[in-house]
Design a binder for this molecule. Structure first.
Ligand code: CTP
Ligand code: MN
Ligand code: MN
Ligand code: MN
Length: 357
Protein backbone atom coordinates (compact mmCIF):
# COMPACT_ATOMS: atom_id res chain seq x y z
CA UNK A 1 0.00 0.00 0.00
CA UNK A 2 0.94 3.61 -0.52
CA UNK A 3 1.75 5.62 2.61
CA UNK A 4 -0.97 8.16 3.23
CA UNK A 5 -0.22 11.87 3.09
CA UNK A 6 -0.81 12.14 6.82
CA UNK A 7 2.11 9.88 7.68
CA UNK A 8 4.45 12.20 5.81
CA UNK A 9 3.11 15.51 7.05
CA UNK A 10 2.44 14.84 10.71
CA UNK A 11 5.52 14.32 12.84
CA UNK A 12 4.84 12.41 16.00
CA UNK A 13 7.03 13.31 18.98
CA UNK A 14 8.89 10.60 20.86
CA UNK A 15 7.61 12.26 24.08
CA UNK A 16 4.08 11.46 25.24
CA UNK A 17 3.81 14.98 26.68
CA UNK A 18 4.09 16.38 23.13
CA UNK A 19 1.27 14.19 21.84
CA UNK A 20 -2.49 14.42 22.36
CA UNK A 21 -3.89 11.06 23.40
CA UNK A 22 -7.59 10.62 24.09
CA UNK A 23 -9.22 7.54 25.65
CA UNK A 24 -10.11 6.35 22.16
CA UNK A 25 -7.44 3.81 21.24
CA UNK A 26 -7.59 2.87 17.57
CA UNK A 27 -4.72 0.40 17.88
CA UNK A 28 -5.87 -1.73 20.80
CA UNK A 29 -5.07 -4.96 18.99
CA UNK A 30 -1.37 -3.97 19.11
CA UNK A 31 -1.26 -2.20 22.46
CA UNK A 32 -2.98 -5.09 24.29
CA UNK A 33 -0.28 -7.40 22.93
CA UNK A 34 2.47 -4.97 23.96
CA UNK A 35 1.05 -4.78 27.48
CA UNK A 36 1.44 -8.55 27.89
CA UNK A 37 5.08 -8.24 26.81
CA UNK A 38 5.64 -5.32 29.19
CA UNK A 39 4.18 -7.26 32.14
CA UNK A 40 6.30 -10.26 31.30
CA UNK A 41 9.49 -8.18 31.04
CA UNK A 42 8.62 -6.51 34.34
CA UNK A 43 8.14 -9.91 36.00
CA UNK A 44 11.63 -10.79 34.78
CA UNK A 45 13.05 -7.37 35.75
CA UNK A 46 14.09 -6.66 32.18
CA UNK A 47 13.76 -2.87 32.03
CA UNK A 48 14.99 -1.89 28.54
CA UNK A 49 12.48 -3.83 26.44
CA UNK A 50 9.74 -3.12 29.00
CA UNK A 51 10.19 0.63 28.50
CA UNK A 52 10.54 0.19 24.74
CA UNK A 53 7.19 -1.62 24.43
CA UNK A 54 5.51 0.85 26.85
CA UNK A 55 6.68 3.72 24.64
CA UNK A 56 5.61 1.96 21.46
CA UNK A 57 2.15 1.29 22.91
CA UNK A 58 1.88 4.93 23.91
CA UNK A 59 2.78 6.14 20.40
CA UNK A 60 0.15 3.87 18.82
CA UNK A 61 -2.48 5.05 21.34
CA UNK A 62 -1.95 8.65 20.17
CA UNK A 63 -2.70 7.89 16.51
CA UNK A 64 -6.10 9.00 15.16
CA UNK A 65 -5.89 6.08 12.70
CA UNK A 66 -5.47 2.32 12.87
CA UNK A 67 -2.18 0.91 11.63
CA UNK A 68 -3.06 -1.38 8.73
CA UNK A 69 0.38 -1.82 7.26
CA UNK A 70 3.93 -1.37 8.53
CA UNK A 71 4.53 0.87 5.51
CA UNK A 72 2.56 3.58 7.27
CA UNK A 73 4.76 3.49 10.38
CA UNK A 74 8.05 4.79 8.93
CA UNK A 75 7.69 8.23 10.46
CA UNK A 76 6.62 6.99 13.87
CA UNK A 77 9.11 7.16 16.76
CA UNK A 78 9.79 4.42 19.32
CA UNK A 79 8.99 1.47 17.06
CA UNK A 80 12.04 -0.81 17.02
CA UNK A 81 12.75 -4.06 15.17
CA UNK A 82 11.19 -6.26 17.83
CA UNK A 83 8.09 -4.08 18.08
CA UNK A 84 7.62 -4.12 14.33
CA UNK A 85 8.06 -7.90 14.23
CA UNK A 86 5.22 -8.30 16.74
CA UNK A 87 3.06 -5.86 14.75
CA UNK A 88 3.83 -7.71 11.53
CA UNK A 89 2.62 -10.99 13.08
CA UNK A 90 -0.58 -9.35 14.28
CA UNK A 91 -1.19 -7.74 10.87
CA UNK A 92 -0.62 -11.03 9.11
CA UNK A 93 -2.21 -13.59 11.45
CA UNK A 94 -4.38 -11.49 13.74
CA UNK A 95 -2.28 -12.49 16.72
CA UNK A 96 1.29 -12.65 17.97
CA UNK A 97 2.74 -16.07 18.69
CA UNK A 98 5.25 -14.60 21.13
CA UNK A 99 2.36 -13.09 23.10
CA UNK A 100 0.29 -16.30 22.90
CA UNK A 101 3.23 -18.25 24.30
CA UNK A 102 3.51 -15.88 27.27
CA UNK A 103 -0.23 -15.98 27.93
CA UNK A 104 -0.02 -19.78 28.13
CA UNK A 105 3.01 -19.69 30.44
CA UNK A 106 2.34 -20.89 33.98
CA UNK A 107 4.75 -18.46 35.61
CA UNK A 108 3.26 -15.46 33.77
CA UNK A 109 -0.29 -16.57 34.61
CA UNK A 110 0.54 -17.06 38.29
CA UNK A 111 2.42 -13.76 38.70
CA UNK A 112 -0.40 -11.96 36.88
CA UNK A 113 -2.92 -13.53 39.29
CA UNK A 114 -0.91 -12.78 42.44
CA UNK A 115 -0.10 -9.16 41.47
CA UNK A 116 -3.81 -8.53 40.88
CA UNK A 117 -4.17 -8.51 44.68
CA UNK A 118 -3.94 -5.06 46.33
CA UNK A 119 -0.63 -4.99 48.24
CA UNK A 120 1.09 -7.74 46.23
CA UNK A 121 3.92 -6.54 43.98
CA UNK A 122 6.10 -8.52 41.57
CA UNK A 123 8.66 -9.37 44.29
CA UNK A 124 6.11 -10.98 46.61
CA UNK A 125 4.39 -12.73 43.72
CA UNK A 126 7.73 -14.16 42.60
CA UNK A 127 8.51 -15.35 46.13
CA UNK A 128 5.19 -17.17 46.37
CA UNK A 129 5.66 -18.67 42.90
CA UNK A 130 9.11 -19.99 43.86
CA UNK A 131 7.56 -21.70 46.87
CA UNK A 132 5.37 -23.61 44.46
CA UNK A 133 2.18 -21.66 45.18
CA UNK A 134 -0.12 -21.37 42.16
CA UNK A 135 -3.50 -20.20 43.43
CA UNK A 136 -5.09 -17.96 46.06
CA UNK A 137 -6.13 -21.01 48.08
CA UNK A 138 -2.49 -22.20 48.07
CA UNK A 139 -1.40 -18.81 49.42
CA UNK A 140 -4.17 -18.52 51.98
CA UNK A 141 -3.64 -22.04 53.39
CA UNK A 142 0.17 -22.11 53.40
CA UNK A 143 1.29 -21.83 57.03
CA UNK A 144 4.66 -20.28 56.06
CA UNK A 145 3.01 -17.31 54.30
CA UNK A 146 2.60 -14.21 56.41
CA UNK A 147 0.30 -11.63 54.80
CA UNK A 148 0.71 -7.98 55.75
CA UNK A 149 -2.29 -5.80 56.60
CA UNK A 150 -2.63 -4.45 53.06
CA UNK A 151 -2.55 -7.92 51.52
CA UNK A 152 -5.11 -9.25 53.99
CA UNK A 153 -7.46 -6.44 52.95
CA UNK A 154 -6.59 -7.11 49.31
CA UNK A 155 -7.74 -10.72 49.61
CA UNK A 156 -10.73 -9.86 51.79
CA UNK A 157 -12.13 -7.36 49.27
CA UNK A 158 -10.69 -9.00 46.15
CA UNK A 159 -13.97 -9.41 44.26
CA UNK A 160 -15.13 -5.85 44.86
CA UNK A 161 -11.90 -4.00 44.18
CA UNK A 162 -11.20 -6.03 41.02
CA UNK A 163 -14.44 -4.67 39.58
CA UNK A 164 -14.20 -1.38 37.68
CA UNK A 165 -15.33 1.79 39.44
CA UNK A 166 -17.83 3.89 37.49
CA UNK A 167 -17.90 7.67 37.08
CA UNK A 168 -21.10 7.78 39.16
CA UNK A 169 -19.38 5.92 42.00
CA UNK A 170 -16.40 8.29 41.71
CA UNK A 171 -18.78 11.26 42.00
CA UNK A 172 -20.52 9.79 45.05
CA UNK A 173 -17.15 9.23 46.71
CA UNK A 174 -16.16 12.80 45.87
CA UNK A 175 -19.18 14.06 47.81
CA UNK A 176 -18.29 11.96 50.85
CA UNK A 177 -14.65 13.12 50.91
CA UNK A 178 -15.64 16.71 50.15
CA UNK A 179 -18.03 16.74 53.09
CA UNK A 180 -15.39 15.29 55.41
CA UNK A 181 -12.80 17.85 54.28
CA UNK A 182 -15.20 20.78 54.70
CA UNK A 183 -16.16 19.66 58.18
CA UNK A 184 -12.49 20.19 59.10
CA UNK A 185 -11.94 23.48 57.36
CA UNK A 186 -14.48 25.43 55.28
CA UNK A 187 -11.84 26.49 52.75
CA UNK A 188 -10.75 22.94 51.93
CA UNK A 189 -10.46 22.23 48.22
CA UNK A 190 -11.04 18.84 46.68
CA UNK A 191 -10.12 17.93 43.10
CA UNK A 192 -10.64 14.71 41.21
CA UNK A 193 -7.40 13.50 39.63
CA UNK A 194 -6.06 10.27 38.07
CA UNK A 195 -7.86 8.47 35.27
CA UNK A 196 -11.25 10.08 35.94
CA UNK A 197 -9.72 13.54 35.42
CA UNK A 198 -8.48 12.24 32.06
CA UNK A 199 -12.08 11.48 31.14
CA UNK A 200 -12.02 7.71 31.61
CA UNK A 201 -15.45 6.10 32.09
CA UNK A 202 -14.09 3.49 34.51
CA UNK A 203 -11.14 3.22 36.86
CA UNK A 204 -9.44 0.71 39.14
CA UNK A 205 -9.66 3.30 41.92
CA UNK A 206 -10.62 6.96 42.51
CA UNK A 207 -7.86 9.55 43.02
CA UNK A 208 -8.31 12.89 44.78
CA UNK A 209 -6.19 15.89 45.74
CA UNK A 210 -7.27 17.65 48.89
CA UNK A 211 -5.69 20.76 50.37
CA UNK A 212 -6.30 24.09 52.10
CA UNK A 213 -4.80 27.60 51.69
CA UNK A 214 -3.78 27.71 55.33
CA UNK A 215 -0.09 26.77 55.13
CA UNK A 216 0.82 23.67 57.12
CA UNK A 217 -2.79 22.78 57.79
CA UNK A 218 -2.83 20.37 54.84
CA UNK A 219 -0.58 18.11 56.93
CA UNK A 220 -3.35 17.34 59.38
CA UNK A 221 -6.09 17.08 56.77
CA UNK A 222 -5.73 13.41 55.85
CA UNK A 223 -5.55 11.95 59.38
CA UNK A 224 -8.73 13.85 60.29
CA UNK A 225 -10.54 12.82 57.10
CA UNK A 226 -9.54 9.19 57.70
CA UNK A 227 -10.83 9.44 61.24
CA UNK A 228 -14.17 10.80 60.05
CA UNK A 229 -14.57 8.04 57.47
CA UNK A 230 -13.89 5.56 60.25
CA UNK A 231 -16.57 7.14 62.46
CA UNK A 232 -19.01 6.94 59.55
CA UNK A 233 -18.29 3.21 59.43
CA UNK A 234 -17.16 3.22 55.80
CA UNK A 235 -13.40 2.87 56.27
CA UNK A 236 -12.37 -0.70 55.39
CA UNK A 237 -8.62 -0.10 55.08
CA UNK A 238 -6.21 2.81 55.42
CA UNK A 239 -2.48 3.16 54.78
CA UNK A 240 -1.39 6.70 55.61
CA UNK A 241 1.98 8.19 54.64
CA UNK A 242 2.85 11.54 56.20
CA UNK A 243 4.57 14.21 54.12
CA UNK A 244 8.32 13.96 53.53
CA UNK A 245 8.23 17.03 51.29
CA UNK A 246 11.22 19.33 51.65
CA UNK A 247 11.28 22.39 49.39
CA UNK A 248 15.03 22.86 49.95
CA UNK A 249 15.92 19.49 48.47
CA UNK A 250 16.30 18.98 44.73
CA UNK A 251 13.76 16.70 43.14
CA UNK A 252 14.52 13.09 42.45
CA UNK A 253 16.16 12.10 39.16
CA UNK A 254 14.22 8.91 38.89
CA UNK A 255 11.75 8.32 36.05
CA UNK A 256 9.24 7.17 38.57
CA UNK A 257 9.87 10.02 40.98
CA UNK A 258 7.05 9.88 43.46
CA UNK A 259 5.99 13.03 45.13
CA UNK A 260 6.65 13.46 48.81
CA UNK A 261 3.28 14.81 49.88
CA UNK A 262 1.07 13.33 52.54
CA UNK A 263 -1.03 10.60 50.98
CA UNK A 264 -3.17 7.65 51.86
CA UNK A 265 -4.30 4.49 50.15
CA UNK A 266 -7.81 3.57 51.27
CA UNK A 267 -10.53 1.01 50.79
CA UNK A 268 -13.98 2.48 51.40
CA UNK A 269 -17.43 0.98 51.51
CA UNK A 270 -19.77 2.79 49.12
CA UNK A 271 -23.49 2.24 48.75
CA UNK A 272 -24.67 0.36 45.71
CA UNK A 273 -27.80 -1.45 44.54
CA UNK A 274 -27.03 -4.57 46.56
CA UNK A 275 -26.12 -2.69 49.72
CA UNK A 276 -22.46 -1.73 49.52
CA UNK A 277 -19.24 -2.52 47.73
CA UNK A 278 -15.56 -1.90 48.50
CA UNK A 279 -13.72 0.71 46.39
CA UNK A 280 -10.05 1.72 46.33
CA UNK A 281 -9.48 5.43 46.95
CA UNK A 282 -6.21 7.42 46.90
CA UNK A 283 -5.91 10.82 48.55
CA UNK A 284 -2.91 13.14 48.26
CA UNK A 285 -2.52 16.35 50.18
CA UNK A 286 0.11 18.75 48.82
CA UNK A 287 0.69 22.21 50.33
CA UNK A 288 -1.43 24.96 48.76
CA UNK A 289 1.53 26.51 46.87
CA UNK A 290 1.86 23.39 44.75
CA UNK A 291 -1.75 22.34 44.90
CA UNK A 292 -2.76 23.78 41.53
CA UNK A 293 -0.47 21.12 40.12
CA UNK A 294 -2.63 18.07 39.80
CA UNK A 295 -0.40 17.10 36.87
CA UNK A 296 1.67 14.81 39.05
CA UNK A 297 -1.35 12.70 39.86
CA UNK A 298 -3.36 13.10 36.69
CA UNK A 299 -1.18 10.70 34.70
CA UNK A 300 -1.10 8.76 32.63
CA UNK A 301 1.97 7.05 33.97
CA UNK A 302 3.62 7.22 30.54
CA UNK A 303 2.68 10.90 30.19
CA UNK A 304 4.33 11.68 33.57
CA UNK A 305 7.41 9.63 32.72
CA UNK A 306 7.88 11.50 29.47
CA UNK A 307 7.36 14.90 31.12
CA UNK A 308 10.28 14.04 33.40
CA UNK A 309 12.34 12.54 30.60
CA UNK A 310 11.83 15.57 28.34
CA UNK A 311 12.62 17.95 31.21
CA UNK A 312 15.85 16.13 31.97
CA UNK A 313 17.10 15.37 28.46
CA UNK A 314 15.83 18.33 26.44
CA UNK A 315 15.54 21.16 28.97
CA UNK A 316 18.17 20.32 31.60
CA UNK A 317 15.55 20.60 34.29
CA UNK A 318 14.44 18.20 36.94
CA UNK A 319 10.73 17.82 37.28
CA UNK A 320 9.23 16.49 40.42
CA UNK A 321 6.49 18.57 41.90
CA UNK A 322 7.58 21.81 40.28
CA UNK A 323 10.12 22.20 37.49
CA UNK A 324 13.52 23.09 38.70
CA UNK A 325 16.58 24.16 36.74
CA UNK A 326 19.79 22.25 37.37
CA UNK A 327 22.41 24.90 36.63
CA UNK A 328 24.16 26.63 38.26
CA UNK A 329 22.28 25.59 41.38
CA UNK A 330 18.95 24.08 42.07
CA UNK A 331 16.39 26.79 41.72
CA UNK A 332 12.69 26.20 41.93
CA UNK A 333 10.66 28.02 39.36
CA UNK A 334 7.48 29.78 40.29
CA UNK A 335 4.65 27.73 38.97
CA UNK A 336 1.13 28.69 39.78
CA UNK A 337 -1.03 26.65 37.48
CA UNK A 338 -0.66 23.46 35.52
CA UNK A 339 -0.39 25.64 32.40
CA UNK A 340 2.69 27.32 33.92
CA UNK A 341 4.40 23.94 34.20
CA UNK A 342 3.89 23.24 30.51
CA UNK A 343 5.06 26.78 29.70
CA UNK A 344 8.22 26.43 31.82
CA UNK A 345 9.02 23.26 29.93
CA UNK A 346 8.38 24.98 26.60
CA UNK A 347 5.45 22.71 25.88
CA UNK A 348 2.07 23.34 24.36
CA UNK A 349 -0.62 22.84 26.98
CA UNK A 350 -2.14 19.37 26.84
CA UNK A 351 -5.63 19.04 28.33
CA UNK A 352 -6.13 16.27 30.92
CA UNK A 353 -8.37 14.31 28.53
CA UNK A 354 -5.49 14.38 26.01
CA UNK A 355 -3.05 12.76 28.45
CA UNK A 356 -4.19 9.16 28.07
CA UNK A 357 -0.78 8.21 26.72
N1 CTP B 1 0.60 7.57 41.42
C1 CTP B 1 1.54 7.94 42.33
N2 CTP B 1 1.86 7.10 43.37
C2 CTP B 1 1.26 5.90 43.48
C3 CTP B 1 0.30 5.50 42.57
C4 CTP B 1 -0.02 6.38 41.54
O1 CTP B 1 2.08 9.02 42.22
N3 CTP B 1 1.62 5.08 44.49
C5 CTP B 1 0.22 8.50 40.35
C6 CTP B 1 0.42 7.91 38.97
O2 CTP B 1 1.67 8.25 38.42
C7 CTP B 1 -0.71 8.51 38.20
C8 CTP B 1 -1.78 8.83 39.24
O3 CTP B 1 -1.14 8.74 40.50
O4 CTP B 1 -0.29 9.73 37.62
C9 CTP B 1 -2.95 7.90 39.16
O5 CTP B 1 -2.49 6.57 39.31
P1 CTP B 1 -3.45 5.31 39.26
O6 CTP B 1 -4.63 5.50 40.09
O7 CTP B 1 -2.59 4.12 39.54
O8 CTP B 1 -3.81 5.18 37.71
P2 CTP B 1 -4.92 5.90 36.85
O9 CTP B 1 -4.20 6.59 35.75
O10 CTP B 1 -5.82 6.72 37.70
O11 CTP B 1 -5.69 4.68 36.21
P3 CTP B 1 -6.86 3.81 36.88
O12 CTP B 1 -8.10 4.25 36.20
O13 CTP B 1 -6.50 2.40 36.56
O14 CTP B 1 -6.87 4.07 38.34
MN1 MN C 1 -6.65 5.90 39.45
MN1 MN D 1 2.75 1.80 53.71
MN1 MN E 1 -4.49 5.62 42.34
Amino acid sequence: TFPTAATHVVTVSQYACQRRTTTENKNKIFTDAFEVLVDNYDFNEVTGPSLAFSRAASVLKSLPWTVQSLDTTHNLPCLGEHTKAVMEEILRYGRSFEVEKILADERYQTLKLFTSVFGVGPKTAEKWYRRGLRSFSHVLTDPSIHLNRMQRSGFLHYGDISRAVSKAEARALGNIIDEAAHAITPDAVLALTGGFRRGKEFGHDVDFIVTTPELGKEESLLPIIIDRLKQQGILLFSDYHPSTFDATRPPSRSFEAMDHFAKCFLILAVEDRRGWRAVRVDLVSPPWIVSPLPSGWTGSRQFERDLRRLARLERRMLLDTTPCSTKPRYRFLAAVTEKDIFAHLGLEYIEPWQRNA
